[in-house]
Ligand binder design. Structure first.
Ligand code: MN3
Length: 198
């Protein structure tokens, strides 16, 4: 049973003008799809063939022999999660319970956003910025390439893809502008609060 490319949770033009239809069509239809196709090819007839995506990620993390499988499986997971972190009706403020937790662990929602943005901008090269729950506390992570919180005992609540393919057509080299727009217009706080409480 092969892995499938999940549908976007909204139309390809739903995030315009902040993320263009062209970016989403390439990012989902080419990049995300390639990770799915590579994963299916790599696990075919092997020890991981019947496992769930999460099992494959956890079983291959940190194993140099299986880095290709890990990278593609993790990128399949990361992109599916990232799509849900955004909405055409995004931005605004987090829900009450999430807001209270952000204030408790970061001091304020603005301090959380500043720390997340710092992680996004200082991730050298390709990777991801994250809000995670680890050891009962909210914290910020940044990961390189395909790496992700579950490989480090943390639960992902929010991510921003900072690979250039996520923003280059719309923002060229201006990663900071993309991250500002992500918080101002795109972040789906309902989804983040759902992960926080789930
Ligand atoms: Mn990407």
């Amino acid at each position: 049973m092969a892995f499938q490319l999940p549908e976007l949770p909204y139309a390809a033009n739903a995030l315009e003008p902040y993320i263009s239809q062209q970016t989403l069509e390439f990012h989902h239809g080419k990049h995300h799809k390639t990770y799915v196709d590579n994963l299916n090819r790599l696990v075919q007839a092997g020890a991981h063939e019947t496992k769930t995506l999460e099992q494959i990620i956890l079983d291959t993390a940190g194993n140099a022999q299986e880095m290709g499988i890990f990278n593609n499986a993790a990128q399949v997971w990361n992109h599916t999660f990232y799509w849900h972190c955004m909405s055409g009706q995004g931005g605004g403020v987090p829900g009450d319970r999430l807001e209270a937790a952000l204030i408790k662990d970061f001091g304020s929602v603005d301090a959380f956003k500043a720390a997340f943005k710092e992680a996004a901008l200082t991730q050298f090269g390709s990777g991801w910025a994250w809000l995670v729950m680890k050891d009962g506390k909210l914290s910020i992570m940044k990961t390189a390439n395909a790496d992700l919180p579950m490989a480090h005992g943390a639960k992902a609540l929010l991510t921003c893809d900072v690979w250039e393919h996520a923003y280059y057509l719309d923002y060229q080299n201006r990663r900071a502008d993309y991250v500002d727009v992500f918080f101002k217009h795109l972040v789906n706080w309902d989804f983040v609060q759902g992960q926080f409480e789930g």
